[in-house]
Design a protein around this ligand. Structure first.
Ligand code: ZN
Ligand code: FE
Length: 267
């Protein structure tokens, strides 16, 4: 069974390591130094690099990692998997929805989803049951615990469609998001749905975890369906809150767009 562990980077990024005790696939290494420390501490070889989107805090460490580890444990050039629609330095395998990625070190199969919205070519990776300890989703900056990414390059309709793909995954799917934004996301979510009891309980748990210096991730798909306003934008409670802010709920994409715009200006 593969293990998934966070490597904290910058202020609030998580680089995720998927490993078998010998070699690790590293998801979104925005910087190399914390990855190198993690590998050295655990005696792991770098086996693959997996990138969700082109932003610097997700691929900025690739060049340094490749300089230090040009080849994988089997001597073949280091695999660098990234979205076909974006500029990813050092990429060896360009992927889009429908592709599967078969890594050998560690042995891991990832399914690719196209999830435009935060960036135009953003992809997410799904490890189905049996690959890790239950199914897993590596979603980059598309979804966060109780929130979603900003729409830098995509439309509300695209982001809604991307999040719908996540919501349709098995509820037990563990979700490995790329930032620790949970506390501020929960604050907004509670403004949207003050009567959501699951959200109130989660808020207390998030405070306790953060005060103990612990990550609030991974979350799960089932949990996000219950507490994440961006997965709940069709719920009457969320629609009413959007309307009370003066947002249009004429159709699903408008309601989602109004909710995202509200979050953008929420303090
Ligand atoms: Zn980003
Ligand atoms: Fe990011």
């Amino acid at each position: 069974m593969l293990k998934v562990e966070p490597i904290p980077a910058f202020q609030d990024n998580y680089i995720w390591a998927i490993h078998d005790g010998h070699s690790a696939a590293i998801v979104d290494p925005g910087e190399a130094a914390p990855v190198e420390r993690f590998l050295a501490e655990r005696g792991l070889a770098l086996g693959a690099i997996v990138i969700t989107h082109h932003h610097g805090d997700h691929q900025g460490g690739v060049a340094d990692l490749l300089a230090a580890h040009p080849n994988g444990p089997d001597g073949a050039p280091m695999p660098v998997v990234g979205p076909a629609g974006e500029r990813i330095g050092g990429r060896t395998q360009a992927v889009r929805e429908g592709d599967t990625v078969a890594l050998r070190h560690p042995a891991l199969t990832l399914r690719v989803l196209d999830v435009p919205g935060h960036t135009a070519g953003h992809v997410a990776f799904v490890a189905d049951k049996g690959e890790t300890d239950g199914p897993a989703l590596f979603c980059g900056d598309t979804m966060f615990a109780s929130g979603c990414g900003r729409l830098f390059e995509g439309t509300p309709a695209q982001m809604l469609d991307s999040l719908d793909k996540f919501a349709a995954l098995p509820g037990e799917t563990r979700v490995y998001c790329a930032h620790e934004y949970t506390r501020s996301n929960v604050k907004f979510a509670r403004a949207v749905e003050p009567a959501n009891a699951a959200l109130a309980a989660w808020s207390a748990r998030v405070d306790a975890l953060r005060e103990a210096g612990e990550p609030t991730l991974p979350t799960t798909v089932a949990h996000e369906r219950a507490v994440n306003p961006f997965l709940r934008s069709r719920e009457p409670s969320v629609r009413q809150a959007v309307q009370a802010q003066g947002g249009s709920t004429a159709d699903d994409a408008s309601a989602f767009g109004a909710l995202r715009a509200w979050k953008d200006s929420f303090r």
